[in-house]
Design a protein around this ligand. Structure first.
Ligand code: 13P
Length: 335
């Protein structure tokens, strides 16, 4: 394992308060996002939309890397330039989602396990040759009556750790993403307990698999009440609970934590990140930044609406959210 290369990539991903842009929706998920605006889920539309985002002028000032889907990594700009080359020219590291999705966990109704380890070594070698320097794998943990089960925590943590080890062998930085879902009516305290258990189990498995922690990035959900909970939490409470949970469960050797937005509003995702950085004031051993999909893209998609005449304003909408979130990653967001 080339630990120096891995550490260098991870540091570049976290430099100067920058964060990650997630545009790794699978083709069906992209179709769902497009359907909200009546946009046809065609290959041309997917290419135009992703090209618009990745080539937004100056995006690299606030975004260090973008997570793509297999199809997107293989796409070309209108002038024939491959996406990864255009991204590198814009100062954006190419990343790739490599899991093949969350499937029902046998014997455990209502729970999922993420698949994709078969053939992963070969796929990573191909992705590296195409320019990918980091990867992502997302596990989902659902909170409900009697769940998560021990089996769900363990199966997902084990798969994440096996994926991370394979990435590092291929000189690719693993973004390790266990998402505790916002769905449900659970309290913020219940989310805290589940997130702490998820992360504790994950880091035990990463250690067993000899994963080099300075060469990975944790992509975590925040500690929030369920979206249907009777009592919602204010920004300061979410930030404090999330920080407490991370301090209790994430080793200091991890260089950075890039949050997912998970269905929070654009403004909430920014405000929570900002509040964490303000409360912590640089004390934490890890950088706290963003790796948002919906909370970065939504205003751009809402502006583009499938019409390339709107490309310029859609790019401005993305750049605005990217600037807000970079400010938040430095505790300097001023709404
Ligand atoms: P959201 O920010 O929309 O939750 O997406 C992040 C992501 O990459 C989910 O895997």
């Amino acid at each position: 394992m080339d630990t120096a290369t891995l550490e260098d990539i991870a540091q570049r991903m976290l430099a100067n308060g920058k964060g990650l842009l997630a545009i790794d929706e699978s083709t069906p998920t992209c179709g769902k996002r497009f359907a909200d605006y009546g946009i046809e889920n065609s290959e041309d539309n997917r290419r135009d939309y992703r090209a618009l985002l990745l080539s937004a002028p100056g995006l690299g000032e606030n975004i260090s890397g973008a997570i793509l889907y297999d199809e997107t990594l293989r796409m070309k700009m209108a002038d024939g330039m491959p996406f990864p080359q255009m991204m590198n020219d814009n100062g954006i590291l190419p990343g790739i989602k490599v899991d093949t999705g969350a499937k029902d966990l046998a014997g455990h109704p209502g729970e999922k396990v993420t698949e994709g380890l078969d053939g992963l070594r070969e796929r990573l070698a191909e992705y590296h040759a195409m320019g990918a320097r980091f990867a992502k794998w997302r596990a989902v943990i659902t909170i409900g009556d009697g769940i998560p089960s021990r089996a769900c925590y363990r199966a997902n943590a084990h798969a994440l750790a096996r994926y991370a080890a394979l990435c590092q062998e291929a000189a690719i930085v693993p973004v390790v993403e266990p998402e505790v879902l916002l769905d449900g009516d659970h309290t913020i305290d219940r989310c805290y307990e589940v997130t702490e258990e998820t992360l504790t189990r994950l880091f035990a498995e990463l250690r067993d698999q000899n994963v080099h922690l300075p060469g990975l990035i944790l992509k975590s959900s925040m500690v929030l009440p369920g979206k249907n909970a009777a009592r919602q939490a204010d920004v300061g409470e979410v930030a404090a609970a999330t920080l407490r949970c991370l301090y209790a469960s994430v080793p200091a050797a991890v260089p950075g934590i890039a949050f997912l937005s998970g269905g929070q509003s654009n403004e909430d995702a920014t405000a929570h990140l900002d509040a964490m950085n303000k409360q912590d004031a640089g004390a934490a051993p890890w950088r706290l930044t963003f790796s948002y999909a919906r909370a970065l893209q939504q205003p751009a998609l809402d502006t583009w609406r499938g019409d390339n005449a709107n490309t310029g304003p859609a790019q401005q909408a993305l750049l605005h959210r990217a600037r807000c979130n970079r400010a938040a990653a430095q505790g300097e967001y001023d709404p």
